[in-house]
Design a protein around this ligand. Structure first.
Ligand code: HEC
Ligand code: HEC
Ligand code: HEC
Ligand code: HEC
Ligand code: HEC
Ligand code: HEC
Ligand code: HEC
Ligand code: HEC
Length: 465
């Protein structure tokens, strides 16, 4: 049904524009040479001007676009970048390009308002399903989530600059313009998954499909996700590399058919072992392709206490975990038998339960007691060493144990996971109990530099408070 709709949209568009293919497939393979680009169809003169001038000015941008499916389907610069004269993000500087005397394309009659930012709303004109699914995902809504639950932000424990160059690079910035109407360097450039755009839409489709190729091949490879999904607190790419699935990808990935048409990328036919996208996004069997990565999940294994996605308070998923688990299993079952998959989930559930009951709950109860007795002050976070220990117990080691088990990486489950959890737990519990026994305040770090970040939640997301 969805594919049918998509095809209808494409053919309707092609019909309306009544255009032959833009780039010959020969030219497409000819990337390295200076491309010859013949405009053999009717696009507006202003549209031709964009292409011709930018071909000179930015051969990198032109080349990527000319090799994209968009160029093939006659989708040009103007389709994505054209803005209204009054849009807040319209580039005022760009109008100067149309006052050039040294370029035949820099003439007044080609003048069109353009914006550098191209948002999910812009893409939604032609890709409504993807944009709609994306909109309800945790990816799109991550800024709301982290401002609700994160101590670094809410307690102002790092600087605005540390956030801009760290957190918001992955999570996304709230775009802002200065008096001149230019995007500010604190918020741009940025392609974080939850970027808050000036048109009110959330996210950036180029987090996974970099411009201007907008390739499904790129998004299907694990590296697309690994840019953000790595490191001590969410090492999914490391976990994947360690797993059998990742090892098979390393050995046979060159033979996978990465370019299969959207919605047809099939396990067993196009690839031998799944990538991140196969399990979390691409369709197989009766499970449909989705741009909502919250689908197919039955646990929140990044959370301090593992809960079902619908019970995750900061952003309760509108899903039923049993239905979602079934969707994920349907993917596995393309290559595995029932027992293999059920037993994998049985182990995973057991890991979640042990982490929750044996380690997390007792640690949490002790931490709460320390706060209640005033032995640790809860005004700030991370300034007392024992708070850091508690944080790392769930946020680093405890996550690694659970994520390793979810995605078949025993080294992460044990050596980087439970092994470290045990150490941390022992030392945390000992220190905590000692403080209570002697009614002693916890040791504070003498310095806590750069705890200067603003603590007010962004108005663009939460409204004025
Ligand atoms: C005569 C040359 C010329 C034409 C015609 C032209 N551009 Fe540009 N454009 C440029 C140059 C040069 C820059 C880079 C300016 C800079 O680096 O400060 C630019 C920048 C841009 C940017 C980035 C703006 C930003 O804020 O980062 C976009 C998007 C863009 N052009 C799109 C278009 C589109 C769409 C068209 C056609 C409607 C077009 N351009 C027509 C020369 C041109
Ligand atoms: C399918 C939509 C689409 C098309 C078609 C498209 N762009 Fe873009 N362009 C984007 C996106 C997305 C970005 C990244 C900005 C963002 O994340 O919002 C971008 C960024 C840019 C930038 C700023 C990049 C930088 O590094 O400074 C320029 C300049 C630009 N585009 C020019 C062009 C030109 C010229 C064409 C035609 C040859 C074109 N674009 C076609 C979507 C598009
Ligand atoms: C004016 C309509 C239009 C707009 C706007 C548009 N697209 Fe497309 N897009 C298309 C069409 C048509 C195709 C199919 C081309 C084909 O199959 O040959 C396509 C294909 C794609 C594909 C599949 C490419 C592949 O390798 O198979 C991706 C990914 C994509 N678009 C992403 C985007 C993103 C992201 C944006 C916004 C930045 C965007 N598109 C904006 C019309 C559009
Ligand atoms: C390298 C990219 C990256 C950086 C830098 C980064 N994060 Fe994250 N963050 C992620 C990813 C990926 C996840 C998802 C983890 C998961 O669900 O397994 C995440 C998860 C989170 C969560 C948990 C959300 C939830 O649904 O429970 C919070 C809160 C958070 N990050 C806040 C921050 C803050 C604050 C910073 C800076 C101090 C930061 N992050 C820096 C990528 C990043
Ligand atoms: C988290 C990474 C990610 C983000 C962000 C993302 N995509 Fe995709 N996209 C993918 C993957 C993976 C596929 C390939 C699915 C498959 O195997 O067919 C894909 C496929 C597509 C396709 C091809 C048709 C289809 O549905 O399979 C289009 C069109 C597309 N994306 C548009 C978008 C748009 C529009 C946005 C922003 C609203 C976006 N994408 C954001 C990962 C992403
Ligand atoms: C630009 C950074 C970035 C990229 C690229 C990215 N992600 Fe994420 N992802 C995040 C962040 C940040 C979160 C945490 C959102 C939250 O919970 O607040 C997240 C969360 C998730 C979640 C957990 C959702 C939930 O409901 O708990 C899944 C699954 C996921 N991403 C899969 C993927 C896959 C698969 C890809 C590649 C196709 C990918 N991501 C690419 C940043 C990214
Ligand atoms: C073999 C399939 C498979 C592959 C490959 C895979 N995952 Fe997963 N992933 C899972 C399963 C199963 C879960 C647990 C789902 C649940 O909650 O029931 C999971 C959980 C997650 C979570 C959720 C953590 C949370 O917040 O609850 C994220 C994020 C994630 N995977 C990202 C990735 C990334 C990024 C890659 C690639 C580097 C990847 N996955 C590769 C199957 C896979
Ligand atoms: C495209 C096919 C494919 C899909 C989809 C797939 N797997 Fe696999 N998986 C394989 C192959 C091939 C192996 C290697 C088996 C071997 O050891 O010979 C494997 C190995 C495994 C292993 C054994 C790991 C080890 O280190 O011995 C587990 C467990 C597993 N898969 C679980 C899953 C689960 C759970 C899913 C769904 C979330 C899934 N797989 C999806 C193909 C797939």
């Amino acid at each position: 049904m969805k594919k049918l709709l998509f095809c209808t949209v494409i053919s309707a568009m092609l019909f309306l524009l009544a255009l032959p293919a833009v780039v010959s497939s020969q030219a497409e393979q000819d990337m390295a040479k200076q491309k010859e680009f013949r405009i053999e169809r009717s696009i507006s003169e202003a549209g031709v001007a964009c292409i011709q001038c930018h071909k000179q000015e930015h051969p990198g941008i032109f080349g990527d676009w000319a090799n994209s499916r968009h160029a093939n389907a006659n989708i040009t610069c103007i389709d994505c970048h054209k803005a209204e004269q009054t849009d807040p993000d319209v580039s005022k500087e760009h109008f100067q390009q149309y006052e050039k005397t040294d370029s035949q394309w820099g003439r007044k009659q080609y003048r069109v308002p353009v914006a550098g930012v191209v948002t999910p709303k812009d893409c939604s004109r032609c890709h409504p399903d993807e944009a709609e699914q994306y909109k309800r995902s945790k990816h799109a809504n991550t800024l709301e989530i982290i401002w609700k639950i994160d101590p670094w932000l809410n307690k102002g424990m790092n600087s605005d600059f540390e956030r801009a160059s760290g957190c918001f690079y992955c999570h996304g910035t709230v775009l802002e313009t200065d008096e001149e109407g230019n995007l500010t360097p604190e918020t741009w450039p940025n392609v974080g998954v939850g970027r808050m755009n000036l048109d009110g839409s959330k996210g950036s489709c180029s987090s996974c499909h970099t411009r201007h190729r907008f390739s499904v091949m790129e998004a299907r490879k694990p590296q697309a996700c690994g840019q953000c999904h790595l490191g001590p607190d969410h090492p999914q790419i490391e976990i994947y590399t360690e797993s059998k699935h990742g090892a098979i990808y390393d050995s046979f990935g060159d033979e996978y058919n990465w370019d299969a048409a959207p919605g047809t990328w099939s396990p067993g036919v196009d690839y031998r072992a799944p990538t991140c996208a196969s399990c979390h996004m691409s369709g197989a069997g009766s499970t449909r392709t989705t741009h909502d990565v919250t689908e197919r999940l039955s646990w929140e294994i990044q959370a301090p206490l593992t809960v079902r996605p619908s019970d995750f308070k900061a952003f309760p998923a509108k899903t039923n975990w049993e239905v979602e688990r079934k969707k994920m299993k349907e993917i596995c079952l393309q290559c595995h038998g029932n027992n293999w998959v059920d037993d994998h989930y049985a182990t995973f559930d057991k890991v979640v339960e042990e982490y929750n009951e044996v380690y997390f709950k007792p640690a949490r109860d002790l931490m709460n007691e320390l706060y209640e007795k005033g032995l640790v002050d809860d005004e700030k976070m991370f300034d007392e060493k024992i708070e850091v220990e508690y944080y790392e117990l769930w946020h680093h080691e405890g996550r690694r144990a659970r994520m390793g088990a979810a995605m078949m990486a025993p080294d992460y489950t044990w050596w980087h996971g439970f092994y470290e959890v045990k150490h941390r737990y022992n030392s945390f519990m000992k220190k905590g109990r000692e403080l209570i026994e002697h009614n002693k305040k916890a040791e504070k770090a003498p310095d806590f530099p750069n705890a200067t970040g603003r603590t007010t939640r962004p108005e663009a997301i939460f409204g004025s408070q």
